[in-house]
Design a protein around this ligand. Structure first.
Ligand SMILES: [Zn+2]
Length: 191
């Protein structure tokens, strides 16, 4: 039995793929690491997409929006990977909410600063750094390098940024070692 994991895996080398990995299936058990607004806040901070403070939204609104974005992007990534057409309507709704403008703030005795002001504050707007990275991945990502872990019990995605482009596992410490142990065992039996 694998040790229970309490933190989502941030191993994909791309935030949109790490978002997909917030549901992780290992050894046939699916875990959704997004169970509350706070889980999404923590994840956005951990991946460097948003800093605190989090604006106040209705309870559960961020979680609901984040899950909708995640599942829409999951389908699009799978379709892009399979080389078939995908419908971007849901992702476009998020991108539409991402609208913002710059604002110059210049207080007496201080240096001028440029701020990014959101057109309207909504969970979709707050998730904009993520939806924009997902859209960028779909358009500009090299999908020969967007892959899922080769372990048959693992569903984690990653962007292979290794020099040799031979990354096979979500993480060596997770599936790479499991594979090695299994291969070793196979060799033992064959002796
Ligand atoms: Zn794996």
């Amino acid at each position: 039995m694998a040790t229970p994991v309490t933190e989502p895996f941030v191993i994909a080398d791309h935030p949109a793929l790490d978002m997909l990995n917030t549901i992780a299936t290992r050894d046939g058990v699916a875990t959704d690491f997004w169970q509350s607004d706070a889980d999404v806040h923590t994840w956005m901070k951990r991946t460097g997409l948003r800093e605190a403070p989090v604006p106040r939204f209705a309870k559960g609104a961020v979680l609901e929006a984040a899950k909708a974005l995640r599942e829409a992007v999951r389908v699009l990534v799978e379709q892009r990977k399979a080389g078939v057409y995908g419908d971007p309507t849901t992702l476009n709704r998020f991108l539409c909410e991402a609208a913002s403008h710059s604002q110059l703030v210049w207080e007496h005795s201080a240096e001028p600063r440029l701020l990014r002001i959101a057109e309207r504050q909504s969970p979709e707007q707050w998730l904009a750094p993520l939806s924009e990275r997902a859209a960028d991945l779909l358009c500009h990502g090299d999908f020969t390098l967007v892959r899922q872990c080769e372990h048959s019990d693992c569903t984690l995605w990653f962007y292979d940024r290794t020099k040799s482009h031979r990354r096979r596992w979500c993480a060596m410490a997770l599936c790479g070692n499991r594979h090695k142990v299994a291969e070793h065992r196979k060799r033992q039996y064959q002796k």
